[in-house]
Each structure stands twice: as C-alpha cells, then as structure tokens.
Design a protein around this ligand. Sequence first.
Ligand code: BF8
Ligand code: SF4
Length: 648
Amino acid sequence: MSEDKVKSVDKATLLMLEKARKDGVSTIFDRADDMKPCPIGAVGSCCKHCSMGPCRVPMPKKEGAEQKVGLCGATPATIAARNFVRMIAAGSAAHSDHSRDVVEVFLSAAKGEIPGYQIKDEHKLIGMAMDYGIDVEGKEIKDIAIELGEKCQLEFGKQEGKLLGLNKAPDKRKEIWEKEGVWPRGIDREVVEVMHRTHMGVDQDYKTLIIQGTKAALADGWSGSMMSTDLQDIMFDVPSPVYSEINLGVIKKEMVNIIVNGHEPLISEMIVVASQDPEIVEYAKSKGAEGVQVSGMCCTGNEILLRHGVPLAGNFLQQELSIVTGAVDAMVVDVQCIMQSLQSVSKCYHTKLITVSPKGNIPEAEKFEFDEHDALNSAKNIVKAAIDNFPNRKSEVLIPEVKSGLVAGFSHETIDYLLGGMFRASYKPLNDNIINGRIRGIAGVVGCNNVRTTHDDQHLKLIKELIKNDVIVLTTGCSAAACGKAGLLTPEAAKEFAGPGLAEVCETVGIPPVLHMGACVDNSRILIAATAVVKEGGLGDDISDLPAAGAAPEWMSEKAIAIGQYFVASGVYTVFGTAFPTLGSKEFTDYLFNGIEEQFGGKWDFVEDPVEMAKKMIEHIDKKRKELGIDKARERVLFDMEKRRELA
Ligand code: BF8
Ligand code: SF4
C-alpha cells in the first residue's frame, strides 16, 4: 500500500489497485514498474524511418565528444523534428477522423436518413453555416444543414485554397498565419504531407518540417476538432452547466453497469437514451437488477457528462480499475486511449468488453455493428447484452465509496451568457475583470494522465497554484476529470482554493474557479473563448497579447502534441510536464522553446515540477499584463484586498 501512495493521489484508484493486486490482476501501474521507457526514444533521438535503423543518436555524454548521426546522416535535430511532426500528424488524424465520422452522421441526419439523430440547435447551425460562407437567407433549416454538411466534408480532401475554420480567428492571427505560410489547405492533405516529408530522405530541415507540422496542427485545432465540437453541439445540444458526480463510486452495485469509454459521442448518446427506455428498465429488473446505470470514462464520458449529466467513472488511468470493481457488466469502447489490457482485465471478472467502432478492434472483445439507420435499436442491443451479463458476476464486488460532485458544461456560449452583462451575453464582464485585475489571467490546463508520474497529482498541484493566484482555469479531457475528483469543479471551490480576486468573481457569478469545457476535441472551445476575449476588446488584438497560458502536465498521447502545437501556433505559451519528446536535440528544442515565438508569438516549454510550472505560467501572464499596461490595476486590487483585510 505504501508503494501505491506515489501511484495516485486519488483514493478510489489506490483502493482498486489494492484489490487488483489481491485478485492477481496486472494493471498499467504494475507494468510501468516492470518496464522503464527507453531513454533514447523518450527524447526523440531514435529514428526507425527505414530498415537500416533504428538509428540512435543520443547527445554525447562528454562535452566535445563527437555527435552521432543516423546512417543516412540525419542529424539529431532532423530526427527529433521528424518524430515530433509525426506525432502531430497522428494526433491531428485522430481528432479529424473522429470529426469525419461526425460530419457523415450530421449529413445523414440533415437529410433525415437516420431518425435517431436530429438538428437540435438551429441557432448554432445558422451561425456555423455563416462562418462557412453559406448564404442562409430564406433557406429552410434542412437545406442549410445539408449545405453545411457537404461543405464540411469537402474540408478534409480539399487540395487547394484555405481551410474555412481558421477564419474565426482574430484578424491579426490570420495575418501571422498568412505571413508564415502555415494556413492549411485540406486536413487530409496536410497530414499526408507530414508523412511524405518525414519519410527517409525527404525534408531534412527542422524549420520546414515544423512548418508542415504546424499546418497539420492548425488543421486539427481550428478545423477537424472544431467541426466535431460544433456539429456535435448542433446534433446533441450546446452544453450548459450541469451537476453530476465523478469517480469510481458512481458505479452502483444493484444496477446493471455500463461504462462507455473512448471519444465519440455518436453511439454513447444513443446508449444513454436506450438505458432509460421503460422496456429496457423492465428487462434489467427481470434479471434481478434495479435498473441500468451508464457511466462515462475518458472523453466519451466527458461528452455525455457535459450534455446529459451522466456521471463520470474516471479518467484514463482508471479504465482498468473500473472493471476491477467486479460490478461492470459491460464496457463499451469506441476509439482512442483505450488500453488493450481491458481484454485481459475483463477476463478476470465477468465484464463483457464490447467494441462498437469498425476502426477500434480488440481481438477478444465482442464486436457490435452499430447501425446508424436504426441507432436506438442498435444501442438497445448493446444495453441488453450488458443486462444479460448481470447475473454472471462472479468475483467479490467492491466499489470504492469515493465520489465527488461537480458542475460541468462550460461551452464558450455558456461563458458568454454567465459572465455576460445584464441585458445581453458578452465577454465584456470577463474582460473587465481581467483588466481590473480581479482575474489575473486565463490558463487552459488540459490533457491526459501519464503513469510515469503520480496519477492526477501534477494536474491538481498546478491548477491549485494557478487559481490561488487568481488565474481562472479552463480545462478539458482527463485534466478536467482530475479536477472533478478533487472537488475543484464546484462553485464552493472558489472560496476554498481561489485567490481573493478570482473568488470574488466566481462567487458573484456562481461559477467554479475551474471550468470544465469538455473532451479533448473541445479544446477548440478554448480557442474560440480566447478569440472572443480578443474581439471583445481592451486586451490587445491577438491571442498572443492575452494574459493567458496553456499546459498539459500529465500528457501522454500524440493528440496532446497536436493540441500543443496548435496552441503555440495560435499564440499561446504552452508548457508540458512529465516528459518532452525532443529533448535529445538541443537545436530543435531551443527552437521550440524560444525561436518559434518570433514567428507565432507562442512557444513551448517543459517543466517537471507543477508548482514551478504554475510560476512560469504566471510570470508569462504578468509579462503580458505589463505589455498591455494593466499591471498597475492588479496591484491596486491586491492593495484593496489587503486594506480590506486590515479593516476586517
Ligand atoms: O482525448 S486527455 S488520455 S482520454 S488524449 Fe486520452 Fe489524453 Fe485522456 Fe481523451 Ni485527450
Ligand atoms: Fe537511420 Fe536515416 Fe534510416 Fe532513420 S532514415 S533509420 S536515421 S538511416
């Protein structure tokens, strides 16, 4: 048990690790003890782009010693840059291929071909159609939706021209992208070009490699990811604040438990509907259960939490552990961040592992073909399979009595509305509170769990430090889940954890100091929120002028690198923790941590200690406040607070 203390700061996780050990089940935490990362590959100094390698080019241990290059002569900078931009391409492809599926379903829904899915938010539909240059005047909703769906579909395969999504950015940002030659053409084209340039013997200059990587990243953030967020909102509703619960304690012993895990809400939305169907509930009762409990995991979980208040069972490193409770009757997985070990863990219990995406196969899982044309019945069949499995529970059921309340669902539209003025939604009050210094700045803290560091600990230390210093935090993905478990996503958290200025704003508006904005594709919401702050005025004319910073302290996936690069290329100072995949090349890393700022106004950084990370982010925020001439305002606010305390 004492060993587990450093594995996680989450009590439920530690309890289930103990049970796993007792049950003889191997988890990612055990495997991380047995297998250390390759120190050369971890810093981007291993190339396996042809069969003469893998070539390893570590930095010489002694100063002045000869620097190795690959057999073909590839330098550490070229190798690190090639590896890095391939990570961007993979991340961009993952987000954008998710988006492609969303577009296809949206188009079929618009045409009325799949009755389970509809256009729910006409207002957002019209706004998005106008952003995409569609003349909406006098047209039927159905026709606008079809035109929009077709236009979105073209974005993937466009060979020439410019991706339309980037038009939403501030004008100055667009000028920077034009000047630097990074405005992407089509999503697929940019990803393919990364793969070509990084093939053996093509692009050997890290500066041009990263330009291509930037195109793929921007195609993700401002187009692929953004389209999926927006179209999902149109079909399933724009999220608004919703109360729910989080952690393994949301699993219920007497219910049939289904955990939906992965990233795409298309099927899980239907599973939620199916689970509430009276016929299904009756069926569950006929098998001895009280009903059906759907809980989320990872980003699929975030999607249905945001829109329906479905409880979240946990984040990335808890997926195996949810099964260890012995009470999960089915785990339904779609795509991304799904551990193959779910297969072996579920075999130790009675859990049925079900795959629903033709892209995400697991050899020993049960494969369900999901028919969008008959979505509800498809979903019912999945739920029934879980119900049928309820009587098969074999091992001791032990559900940790650990869960926390949270408020999620802060879309950019909600922030607009909640922080808005008395008579119309606007970002003005938010800007005013930044200008007057109550809110020192904005931080986007996002990304994964990483078993190489203490689970959730980095997120929490970083975020607590930020809000203590009056920095409001926007969060998504597994970072958001970490915050939820620690009680940071409640309005009450403002009083307990936030600095006096931020606490005052949160208490007035009734919001938490950390705003849960959704899944990882919803980082696009953070881009739009930042753009709205710029457009509201008073804080410069570009995202890079804002007192803002981004971080992913426990990142692990390639998607995180794509996200980091689109944030940097959008003007944001972005800090990663745990590990950084280019440290093997001083030259390329120097460029990412410094040189790139001259081009894009944003840059990367790597800091292992979360408190130090917060310090650097706050320093950056303060530098921006000074450049904007609003540093004095904050000094006055602090003075006011002190004075007030003195008076009290
Ligand atoms: O997309 S934060 S571990 S679950 S990659 Fe994965 Fe990372 Fe979690 Fe969601 Ni995002
Ligand atoms: Fe080695 Fe060059 Fe082949 Fe890479 S591409 S494995 S560096 S020979």
